[in-house]
Design a binder for this molecule. Sequence first.
Ligand SMILES: O=C(CO)COP(=O)(O)O
Length: 222
Amino acid sequence: MSSPFILLNYKTYLQGTGQGAVEIAKACKEVSEESGIEIAVAPQLPDIYRVASEVEIPVFSQHLDGIGAGSFTGHVFGKAIKEAGAVGTLINHSERRLTLAEIEASLKSAKEFGLRTVICTNNVPTTAAAAALGPDYVAIEPPELIGSGIPVSKADPEVVSGSVKAVAKIDPAVKVLCGAGISKGEDLRAALDLGSQGVLLASGIVKAADPKAALEELISLV
Ligand SMILES: O=C(CO)COP(=O)(O)O
């Protein structure tokens, strides 16, 4: 099996804001180098440039709007994200839901600017629909488990294995991540055993007293 992909979403957690965003990214980079596992970070939009400038690590945006250059006040433009140093973006996170048409437009914009794409979903049917759009990854995250500390890979293994199966049927090139409540080595191990190719996670690392130690524990059973 190939090495997993770990994507750390900072959300708007205080610990991952401003300089904290840089410090957590440095911890991720160290653990990534020590282990050979790809770890990417998704800081808040205003922190993308600072993290990408100060730490050599893949940086993702937490959101992207499917708009072009022009009259779009307050929107997130793919070219700006790319030039800030991002290499990818989340699309349709549970805390930043989009309509189907908006997801498609966001994906198109991300692809236009060469960004890696992760469409977040909440169940097997939406995962199947997202896979049909052809992103690099879909990330299945049942909303009720997000931030709960209860790992999706243990509490709802069927939604992970069901998503893996559905995506394989629709487009085997699309990779599957899972997330919600993932924080321990055994949670990541269970996620990989269910066929996912990595995890999207947040609070277990960002809010940890020692994010580097938490990351080392997370990957201990890979
Ligand atoms: O929403 C998530 C990642 O995008 C999951 O959050 P938690 O890891 O805090 O459950």
